[in-house]
Write a protein that binds this ligand. Structure first.
Ligand SMILES: [Zn+2]
Ligand SMILES: [Zn+2]
Length: 169
């Protein structure tokens, strides 16, 4: 899905739709989309640069790093980015500061919309996804998910300490 930059004026161009994205594009190995991704973006020309201000909404499934259960995360994220034509970097290297080098580029007068959407959703996904703030995790002894109830080895932490002390000796 590409947007012709010639259609983007100073007044701006609004692009709004929903798209079904491939879950392989998510950085989270065990993550997947539970719904289409809805987007609403205003593209505005600023000389050679294109400003993109928008919002993405979707529902994704992630795996909790503590209890290893899958959980749903509602994604609702606003972004404000600048896109540079790739030739600006190649021929006018000095006109872009190193900070700005991290921004997205576009090539041949077209913007890769999917690339922007995927980058934004990946920025939204937490580095260590946790299902809820008070997730109890799994018992290190028997592997039971402690969010679903207590396991039989209530004194597992004491037992573990005992084992560690034994090893130390
Ligand atoms: Zn959890
Ligand atoms: Zn246990």
């Amino acid at each position: 899905m590409f947007i012709d930059t010639n259609k983007i004026s100073e007044k701006g161009l609004i692009v709004s739709d929903r798209v079904n994205l491939d879950e392989n594009l998510l950085i989270e190995e065990n993550g997947f989309f539970l719904d289409d991704l809805k987007y609403h973006i205003l593209f505005k020309r600023d000389g050679d640069r294109i400003k993109a201000k928008g919002n993405i909404k979707t529902l994704i499934s992630l795996r909790c790093v503590k209890c290893l259960d899958d959980y749903d995360l509602k994604a609702d994220s606003n972004f404000d980015i600048i896109l540079f034509p790739i030739n600006l970097v190649e021929y006018e290297n000095n006109s872009i500061s190193s900070d700005e080098m991290e921004y997205i580029f576009y090539e041949d007068n077209r913007i890769d919309l999917i690339k922007i959407l995927i980058e934004q959703i990946n920025l939204f996904i937490p580095y260590n996804p946790i299902c809820k703030p008070d997730c109890k995790g799994i018992c290190p002894n028997c592997g039971v998910n402690l969010n679903h109830g207590k396991c039989k080895c209530e004194n597992s932490s004491k037992e573990l300490n005992f084992v560690f002390n034994k090893i130390k000796r």
